[in-house]
Design a protein around this ligand. Structure first.
Ligand SMILES: [Cu+2]
Length: 430
């Protein structure tokens, strides 16, 4: 994690403690300015979203929301609809109306039609000067149908799997889709068709055009061990290298992490639904249950102000509670103690899904025997044959199982379509 630049207040290196402290700072509001390629930061004395701020009339101001997971109802947050509504209330109470919203995916939990409808109803209640929200899908929005339902809602005017670009006040916005066609063991993926489109899309632009890229999974390697990165993200960034100001906004990891590399600034947003552990601080990623009174310290939105002519840009992360970060950091320490690795439940002939892994990783059976996969995690998983030798399971929610009888000898690798770093093998003896 040593290459995560958050800001320069920390003299303790970026160990886990420092990292948490930085996250905490981000929660209270952090103003960044980029002038002549040199990022400068200053902590805000107040929460910009709650207390107003200095946004000039000609600045481009918009708000990023992410990971609303409508339909999620486990311990980490039993009312994600309420916290999305609160987030939108906060946006509607801003001293200046944003031009539009960006939603960086995982709008829904299971791609269910009613989840899309609920999300849409709430999000259209956000007041913006353009009346628009621009979306990209998360892996939860494309479950089971390669994004067909997502595209019904949000696909108008997009290319391929839903990618597109638009211009606003001299800034070029690029919406990328990196949650389709995930490969076993892999990370987020853009694919060749989209990369070629991207190369063409930016060709006509002058290098002084400010660029904002947004996608669900981080485009850079935040923590590949948990699948927090994009396989071909680096390739996408080569097309953007010549631009003086590039901002990359992502979601997926449900916490604020920033990095600056040359002229590219990376930033992930909080979720409006539930937090996730900091990279490497828990056995696995996934919804993190914090004390109820702390939850709103971990949920929030990101406001972005761009002064195009000056290449000056401010990102401010605001929690729903508006609470200062020290408390958030302490809560993180507290709940970390509560995330001991759960023992995997081993049942003969069964493959248990615990802590984002399959147990046993390799199961050996005789021809004609039946295998049962059972999900003990509080997030959904889906079993998919790596070489398409058997039909995928439906999405397995907590406690649900999938059975399959193997009539032929052979080796059958499989993975989870939602978390492709989860892999396993069934060996069928002849
Ligand atoms: Cu999974």
């Amino acid at each position: 994690m040593s290459d995560f630049i958050t800001h320069d207040h920390s003299d303790d290196g970026i160990d886990r403690r420092g990292f948490l402290k930085c996250m905490a700072w981000a929660g209270t509001g952090m103003l960044w300015t980029i002038k002549g390629g040199v990022p400068m930061s200053a902590a805000l004395g107040r929460n910009l979203l709650g207390g107003g701020g200095d946004i000039a009339a000609n600045d481009l101001f918009f708000v990023q929301i992410s990971d609303s997971h409508i339909g999620f109802n486990k311990a980490a947050n039993q009312d994600v609809t309420a916290t999305l509504r609160e987030s939108i209330d906060r946006i509607n109470a801003l001293p200046k109306q944003p031009a539009f919203l960006l939603h960086t995916g995982d709008i829904t939990q299971l791609s269910a039609p009613n989840e899309f409808d609920t999300a849409q109803q709430l999000i259209t209640s956000a007041r913006t000067t353009s009346g628009r929200t621009f979306f990209v899908p998360g892996e939860h929005d494309v479950i089971g149908d390669a994004g067909a339902k997502y595209l019904q809602h949000y696909g108008k005017g997009t290319q391929g799997g839903g990618w597109y670009s638009f211009d606003h006040q001299g800034v070029h916005f690029i919406a990328l889709v990196n949650v389709l066609d995930l490969k076993p063991g892999g990370l987020g993926n853009l694919g060749r068709e989209q990369l070629e489109w991207l190369e063409r899309d930016v060709k006509r632009l002058s290098s002084s055009t400010p660029i904002v890229v947004f996608a669900h999974v981080p485009l850079w390697a935040v923590y590949p061990e948990w699948g927090w990165g994009t396989d071909d993200g680096a390739l996408a960034l080569t097309y953007l290298r010549r631009f003086g100001s590039v901002t990359v906004l992502n979601g997926h990891i449900h916490q604020v992490v920033q990095k600056i590399e040359g002229n590219v600034r990376f930033h992930t947003a909080m979720s409006t639904a539930f937090p996730q552990p900091a990279p490497g601080t828990a056995p696995s990623p996934g919804p993190l249950t914090v004390p109820a009174e702390q939850l709103r310290n971990f949920l929030g939105v990101t406001s972005v102000t761009i002064v195009p002519k000056q290449h000056s840009l401010a990102l401010v992360d605001s929690t729903l509670s508006g609470v200062a970060g020290v408390q958030a950091a302490h809560a993180m320490d507290d709940m970390k103690r509560g995330t001991e690795k759960r023992a995997a439940r081993v049942v003969p002939g069964e493959i248990g899904i615990d802590n984002f892994s399959f147990t046993p990783r390799e199961l050996s059976i005789a021809v004609g025997e039946t295998v049962t996969w059972r999900n003990h995690d509080d997030v959904p998983h889906q079993i998919v044959s790596a070489d398409k030798k058997f039909t995928p399971s439906s999405v397995l929610d907590t406690g649900q199982s999938y059975q399959r009888t193997f009539d032929r000898a052979g080796t059958f690798p499989y993975f989870c379509s939602l978390h492709p770093t989860m892999t396993g093998t069934v060996v069928v003896r002849g």
